[in-house]
Design a protein around this ligand. Structure first.
Ligand SMILES: CC(C)(COP(=O)(O)OP(=O)(O)OC[C@H]1O[C@@H](n2cnc3c(N)ncnc32)[C@H](O)[C@@H]1OP(=O)(O)O)[C@@H](O)C(=O)NCCC(=O)NCCS
Length: 148
């Protein structure tokens, strides 16, 4: 009997390996669900980021996020049916681990304000006033990684 894990496997990949699967999650979450304009969703940074992907037992992508070379985390998305099960946290922790490996000390992000509690639980703190991006309220947050 084959063991089928319930919790998705997290992989951190470059854009070449992640693109098709990351696109399917971000299309569903940002473009369709949140109505982010297509031209704002895709940018030149994807090719230079590390991408975390969550894959279910059938290797279907259910979540993604990216780490930019300057220490920004962004494009955090979990498909609706998988939310509230720890997938977002696992994606963030995988990217924080990658950041540590790369010697990054301060990780910053622009959280959608409604999701700031999610990042606070990971240790991020609000570091600036609320602002609007892609028609959605955001707030800057940051975390300083400890030296192991
Ligand atoms: C925000 C998002 C990535 C969270 O992913 P998730 O897989 O549902 O989150 P998790 O299950 O890993 O949650 C981890 C913890 O954060 C909490 N949490 C999750 N979403 C939260 C939110 N919006 N506000 C406050 N807390 C939240 C969970 O309750 C959980 O708490 P616990 O440790 O006490 O159990 C997901 O809801 C999502 O993709 N939303 C749509 C896209 C989006 O808004 N992305 C954020 C862009 S900044």
């Amino acid at each position: 009997m084959t063991f089928m894990p319930d919790f998705p496997v997290i992989q951190v990949l470059d854009w070449g390996e992640a693109e098709a699967r990351a696109r399917s999650v971000r299309d569903a979450v940002f473009i369709v669900e949140q109505k982010v304009p297509v031209e704002l969703e895709w940018d030149e940074w994807d090719a230079r980021c590390a991408h975390a992907l969550a894959l279910d037992a059938r290797s279907n992508p259910v979540g993604t996020a990216r780490l930019l070379p300057d220490g920004h985390i962004g494009r955090m998305a979990v498909i609706a049916g998988w939310r509230g099960k720890g997938v977002g946290r696992a994606l963030a922790l995988a990217l924080l681990e990658k950041a540590r490996e790369r010697g990054m000390r301060r990780i910053v992000l622009h959280a959608q304000t409604h999701a700031s509690g999610f990042y606070r639980k990971l240790g991020f703190e609000i570091s600036g006033p609320e602002f609007e991006e892609a028609g959605i309220a955001h707030v800057a947050m940051s975390i300083t990684l400890g030296v192991p």
